[in-house]
Design a protein around this ligand. Structure first.
Ligand SMILES: Nc1ncnc2c1ncn2[C@@H]1O[C@H](COP(=O)(O)OP(=O)(O)OP(=O)(O)O)[C@@H](O)[C@H]1O
Ligand SMILES: [Mg+2]
Length: 268
């Protein structure tokens, strides 16, 4: 690298550098990941069960059970590796969970309002709650767009929700929080065909000059709607291949055999 060029080097929105993640006192799961997701970009991560995709997503979000043992996470050039999950969320990082948790006692509406207000407070430096009429209008519009049944809003978050309802509510959250970088961990799994299209539209509507997205998935089908700019193949805690949308088609046709550790490093 030319030292004189350093200052001019473009910094992507999200930069993951040599990231290693271990379970507390446990084995290393993510074994050195480099990945940059920029504004206006959609990236897909595909990889076999147990390869560490969700672990990577949790570590990005700052889940305390996943320890970053080496490497860095930069958001807009700021090192957020040591920050808590709330601070990362305030900076615009959002994770749609593979397995969203239920919060009995907290309705979807009050959860969403608290989440919005926490972010507004962080941005304003003081309490700055969204006016109720503004919140209601935004919520109803987003629910309509995402075809989330009205009655879900007054139920406890994810409590007794069907698999697909949980995923839709994750996307509802995303639409209302308007993150700068959205990480979706298998949000497409378990969705019916209409919901898949709705979720994909939600991602497409979000990604633009101010936002990027990282979509973790097992299936090509969501990528028919959310065309990725880059596809990363994730095997055994590492990105072992990268390409464009054609790579997802190849995986669908051939599986991961060509990318498994025994063959990686060959001429695959
Ligand atoms: N909290 C935990 N406790 C014990 N093991 C864990 C924990 N979290 C992850 N692991 C293990 O780490 C490995 C990677 O898990 P992870 O959930 O990241 O895989 P994944 O790539 O998301 O798989 P899938 O495609 O099935 O969602 C697995 O072997 C899993 O059992
Ligand atoms: Mg997973």
């Amino acid at each position: 690298m030319h030292p004189s060029k350093g200052a001019l080097t473009h910094m992507a929105l999200l930069e993951i550098k040599n990231l290693h993640v271990a379970l507390e006192d446990g084995p290393e799961i993510v074994k050195g990941v480099d990945l940059a997701v920029d504004l206006n970009e959609k990236h897909a991560i595909m990889g076999p069960n147990g390869s560490g995709k969700s672990t990577l997503a949790y570590a990005l979000m700052g889940h305390p059970a996943y320890e970053i043992t080496e490497g860095q996470i930069l958001l807009d050039g700021e090192d957020v590796t040591e920050l808590g999950a709330d601070e990362r969320a305030q900076r615009g990082l959002f994770l749609a969970f593979q397995y969203p948790h239920a919060i009995p006692g907290v309705t979807v509406t009050s959860f969403l309002r608290s989440a919005i207000n926490a972010i507004r407070k962080a941005r304003a430096g003081e309490d700055d709650p969204i006016p109720i009429p503004e919140f209601r209008t935004a919520l109803l519009a987003a629910m309509e767009d995402l075809k989330v049944p009205r009655e879900l809003a007054s139920r406890y978050l994810n409590d007794g929700f069907s698999g697909g309802e949980k995923k839709r509510v994750e996307i509802l959250q995303m639409a209302l929080l308007k993150p700068r970088i959205a990480v979706l961990d298998e949000t497409d799994s378990g969705l019916d065909i209409d919901a898949l299209r709705i979720v994909a539209n939600g991602v497409n509507a979000l990604v633009g000059p101010e936002t990027g997205a990282l979509v973790i998935t097992h299936y090509q089908r969501i990528l028919n709607y959310v065309t990725p700019d880059f596809v990363h193949v994730f095997v055994d805690g590492r990105i072992v291949a990268e390409g464009g949308p054609e790579l997802a088609h190849r995986l669908e046709a051939e599986g991961y055999e060509a990318f498994t550790p025994a063959t990686v490093g060959g001429d695959a």
